[in-house]
Design a protein around this ligand. Structure first.
Ligand SMILES: [Zn+2]
Length: 129
């Protein structure tokens, strides 16, 4: 079978269970790309940004497209934290580049939650300075 993440072929144990179940990930990707919630807190003027992400690994487009289904883990967490934050925003590399333009709209909020699939180094965002 072909792994949907690394696109390498891998073998599975042949048994009757595989008549009804086709693994999409090879054993090493299953371990390497296990989705885990990571949080980072960044103090801002009079409040804080909680930044949630799943992967701190370089991901190509194929990997991102496949792994985006794991964002549901974050959505479940956001549902629990619904009362804690005033603003939830999904961010990506392209949004960050434009963030300085959006920041005047976002900065009035004091309890902000950003989330993304892949880690983005938000400590180096210029708009926070
Ligand atoms: Zn793989």
């Amino acid at each position: 079978m072909k792994c949907k993440i690394c696109e390498e072929y891998f073998n599975t144990n042949n048994s009757f269970s595989f008549l009804f179940y086709f693994p999409e990930k090879c054993p090493s990707c299953k371990l390497k790309y296990k989705a885990e919630i990571n949080k980072e807190f960044i103090p801002i003027d009079g409040g804080e940004i909680c930044y949630i992400y799943l992967y701190d690994l370089p991901l190509n487009l194929v990997q991102r497209n496949y792994l985006e289904r794991n964002l549901k883990i974050i959505y479940k967490q956001l549902k629990k934290d619904f009362e804690k934050y005033e603003l939830f925003l999904m961010i990506d590399y392209f949004l960050i580049k434009e963030m300085a333009d959006y920041w005047p709209l976002i900065s009035p909020f004091k309890r902000i939650c950003f989330f993304s699939l892949q880690y983005l180094d938000i400590m180096n965002w210029k708009f926070l300075e």
